[in-house]
Design a binder for this molecule. Structure first.
Ligand SMILES: Nc1ncnc2c1ncn2[C@@H]1O[C@H](COP(=O)(O)OP(=O)(O)OP(=O)(O)O)[C@@H](O)[C@H]1O
Ligand SMILES: [Mg+2]
Length: 358
């Protein structure tokens, strides 16, 4: 055998853990995504307001012949933060330097990057909320005064040598804007909040990606995928790839409505984008606990999952889409959850207690 059996196992395991409706990207996926990224602001679909605001910032900077203000891109995974960072550099005709919060553990890591910047460079710091405190402080100074203190030596003999840096543009991306310290947030001249996409936008994105991937698809086929993509372009693109496989193997290669529906049924992604785990949670909540309230631990045991999985993987989407509510007394299913499962909620006021009253 010329492969490592343990490697094989962990890959398979990884594939199983990665949900088809996960908003995060796997390593392999990032390479595929690069091919689907819009390259200019004009190519970006949806996010009307952000596009217009950012367009203005960039156009004004170009007219002044200066580096644009620092930009913070915030929003959930898979909505286009990295894409926009690359577009900012492209629109300015500037090189993009790329790093990420977790890669910057010491202030020195950041000093090395910043001191190598040229005028007008765009420095993209992904997951900027995960940068170390010491690096953050150095970044404030670099953003505001275009200066860093490079520390030479160690201990009491160490000296700080101030180093001027040419004007550059910092583009930070974060899925957790709330975790950014105020002073850092305040130093961005412009913050773009990315919102989940409307089905019409996702429909256009699916059409565009299908064109780039050379997939034949009908309008109904595209709409079917868009409607199940949870407002997220990354998920839309992923579902498109799975539906394409199905169309090739089980049909004549064209993604029609029927093909998309059969493929997504096979992958257990329902009409509103809920997968098996999501459905399991609301199903147990409605059928077994009469809609709740029920504590998270009890709910998790009933679904056969870890507490964290239910709380962090399933609930955010269910809460955002109004299927589940978190109350001080526990989780409850909303009328939308009952309706989605094709069930009728118990009449209000008819609880176990009232049923058994004499
Ligand atoms: N507005 C858009 N139009 C077309 N495609 C888009 C758009 N936004 C995102 N995409 C596509 O979705 C995929 C994910 O986008 P991107 O990597 O920019 O997300 P992200 O916000 O950086 O995610 P993460 O938080 O995981 O880093 C990319 O392949 C990109 O092509
Ligand atoms: Mg990204």
């Amino acid at each position: 055998m010329d492969y490592d059996a343990t490697d094989r196992f962990s890959e398979a395991e990884e594939a199983e853990i990665q949900r088809i409706v996960a908003a995060d990207a796997t390593g392999d996926e990032r390479a595929i995504e690069a091919a689907l990224r819009p390259k200019s602001l004009d190519e970006v679909i949806g996010q009307q307001r952000v596009r217009e605001q950012l367009g203005l910032v960039l156009e004004a900077a170009r007219a002044r012949g200066r580096a644009p203000d620092h930009v913070l891109l915030s929003g959930p995974p898979g909505l286009g933060k990295t894409t926009l960072a690359m577009i900012i550099a492209a629109e300015m005709g500037s090189p993009l330097r790329l790093t990420s919060g977790p890669a910057i553990t010491h202030a020195g890591d950041l000093a090395a990057i910043i001191s190598g910047l040229n005028e007008g460079d765009v420095l993209f710091v992904d997951e900027i909320h995960r940068m170390s405190r010491a690096a953050e402080e150095m970044l404030y100074m670099a953003m505001e005064d275009f200066r860093v203190d490079v520390i030479i030596g160690k201990g009491p003999g160490a000296t700080a040598i101030p180093l001027e840096i040419p004007p550059f543009t910092l583009v930070g991306a974060t899925t957790r804007a709330g975790l950014l310290p105020g002073p850092l947030r305040d130093r961005f001249g412009f913050t773009a909040h990315l919102e989940f996409y409307e089905p019409e936008d996702l429909d256009q994105i699916v059409h565009r990606s299908a064109g780039l991937l050379d997939v034949h698809l009908t309008a109904e086929g595209s709409a079917e995928i868009a409607g199940r993509s949870r407002g997220t372009p990354r998920i839309a693109n992923r579902l498109l790839r799975r539906v394409r496989d199905y169309a090739q193997v089980r049909a004549d290669g064209t993604v029609t409505r029927d093909v998309a529906m059969s493929a997504l049924e096979l992958y257990e992604v329902d009409t509103l984008g809920l997968d098996r785990l999501d459905r399991g949670v609301i199903d147990v909540l409605c059928r077994r606990f009469g809609g709740g309230p029920v504590g998270l631990s009890t709910l998790a045991v009933a679904v056969g999952e870890e507490r964290e999985t239910v709380e962090e993987v399933a609930e955010p989407f269910l809460v955002r889409n109004g299927f589940l509510a978190r109350t001080p007394r526990g989780r409850i299913a909303t009328p939308a959850a009952w309706a989605h499962l094709g069930l009728v909620p118990p009449a209000p006021g008819v609880t176990d207690a009232t049923l058994f009253e004499d």
